[in-house]
Design a protein around this ligand. Structure first.
Ligand code: BG6
Length: 467
């Protein structure tokens, strides 16, 4: 793989505030939607009561242990770390006029620590959470006023960190609101499609406003969107399967189309009409949407298949989507189908479609790890998964795709989003904590830690094409 990755390729890892920080009420932080879903993004919405607890309340205690963790990332040679700002640390209820200084100060400390090692932050403004206050008092993204609250938050953090953070993302996996509306847009799970698309529209407008604000405030800043890259293949070459696949891929590409091109694609008019979906879009909104992102970022874990006749097939479940299994692929312990070639394909699809730089901001294998008697962890399955995907990234770069960087998901074990499990581990660094919250939180390097360090140090030359 020698020479395929560009010289300034941003190698690193990605985490999210609500899956690592813990300290869920520290220093004035307000409750977020994630705090109300202790069982994960599909779990029941649970009001918090005095004395209760959930695994995310402590998570891996990154809020207090970040210096140790950043030092470990630096030891692997990270050039970049993706994390999110917890909106509720800055605006605890969401609608305050002035930000919470203690929350702002935390991220100053975090970014300063990263700067010590030359690790660039890649910051998501909203990763699967929003202030619960905005849900309770305004109905989340269903209400236009949330756009203004978000813009105030975005402008606040751009001003504060403009000299420390140059790469920003707006909403994590913005397309997942179709499947998990509470997590995505703060609406009840059973909301009808019109309500969800209206809330999504508000979020798209808010995203464009953040892009404008970033361009105004952050010198040399770049801001991208973030898509769940759920690429789908036709199960057969039957024309009906192909058309249905195009339709289903448009369900998620729609978000990228609006954010990268600056307007609603033509195919959505028919989709809205035939599904009885009404979305109020003002002329001013249309103007706002014209402020487009600088780059496309996305997560990639698995691909799936589509048939025009789904009743005949069992579905394979990812954390968000149900897909028809591909008979040619193996699956992870969680049933996610492993498809490294799909990453090369997806990179080419997105580059052909948008001609904007791409950033792979999540990719990884959730697996159970065994700690040996001597404390070592031999996670060859993880190494193989990541190696094979990175080989395909190199191929896509060779195809001519402009790839800015790669941040693997969960470089340190964290709480999983879908079911709030610790046992589903992604890390190069093991954290001693189980699903019940027991454990010392001690950090331990896995075999993959040394493997990834070599990949970064060799700028990808150590990757191997395996048969
Ligand atoms: C992505 C999310 O969907 O997948 C992450 O952006 C999440 O927050 C990751 O953790 C993996 O999913 P899970 O459910 O295994 O944590």
């Amino acid at each position: 793989m020698n020479g395929k990755f560009p010289q300034h390729f941003l190698w690193g890892g990605a985490v999210a505030a609500n899956q690592v920080e813990g300290a869920y009420q520290a220093d004035g932080k307000g409750l977020s939607t994630s705090d109300l879903q202790p069982q994960g993004i599909f779990g029941a919405i649970t009001p918090r009561t005095a004395g209760d607890s959930g695994i995310k309340d402590v998570a891996i205690d990154f809020y207090h242990r970040y210096p140790e963790d950043i030092a470990l990332f630096a030891e692997m040679g990270f050039k970049c770390l993706r994390t999110s700002i917890a909106w509720t640390r800055i605006f605890p209820q969401g609608d305050e006029e002035t930000p919470n200084e203690a929350g702002l100060a935390f991220y100053d400390r975090l970014f300063d620590e990263m700067a010590k090692y030359g690790i660039q932050p890649l910051i998501t403004l909203s990763h699967y959470e929003m202030p619960y206050g905005l849900v309770k008092h305004y109905g989340g993204w269903g209400d236009r006023r949330t756009i203004d609250f978000f813009e105030r938050y975005a402008r606040t953090v751009f001003e504060r960190y403009k000299h420390k953070v140059k790469h920003w993302l707006t909403f994590n996996e913005i397309n997942m609101s179709l499947h998990a509306p509470f997590t995505g847009v703060g609406l009840p799970q059973e909301s009808d499609k019109s309500a969800v698309y209206q809330a999504i529209h508000h979020q798209l407008v808010a995203s464009a406003r953040a892009v404008k604000a970033c361009h105004e405030i952050v010198p040399e800043g770049k801001i991208g969107n973030m898509l769940l890259g759920g690429i789908l293949y036709p199960l057969s070459c039957k024309p009906e399967d192909l058309l249905e696949t195009q339709r289903q891929n448009r369900d998620w590409l729609f978000f990228g189309d609006v954010q990268a091109r600056g307007y609603y694609p033509a195919y959505m008019q028919r989709f809205f009409r035939e599904n009885g979906i009404q979305v109020a879009i003002s002329e001013e909104d249309r103007q706002t949407l014209r402020e487009t992102i600088d780059f496309i970022s996305f997560s990639y874990y698995m691909s799936g298949c589509v048939t025009a006749d789904p009743a005949q097939y069992e579905t394979a479940r990812g954390n968000i989507l149900d897909m028809v299994p591909n008979p040619h692929l193996a699956s992870s312990e969680w049933g996610w189908q492993i498809d490294p070639l799909g990453l090369r394909y997806l990179l080419n699809v997105l580059y052909d479609r948008y001609q904007k730089p791409l950033f792979i901001v999540e990719n990884g294998l959730g697996a159970k790890d065994r700690v040996e008697a001597d404390g070592s962890i031999h996670d060859d399955y993880r190494i193989n998964y990541l190696n094979d995907h990175l080989v395909q990234v190199a191929e896509a770069i060779d195809d001519g795709v402009e790839v800015m960087g790669y941040t693997s998901w969960g470089p340190i074990d964290l709480v999983s989003a879908s079911k709030a499990e610790m046992s589903k581990r992604y890390g190069f660094i093991h954290v001693d904590r189980d699903d019940a919250g027991n454990g010392s939180l001690e950090r331990r390097r896995k075999k993959s830690f040394y493997w990834y360090r070599d990949v970064i140090h060799s700028n990808g030359a150590s990757l191997k094409t395996r048969s």
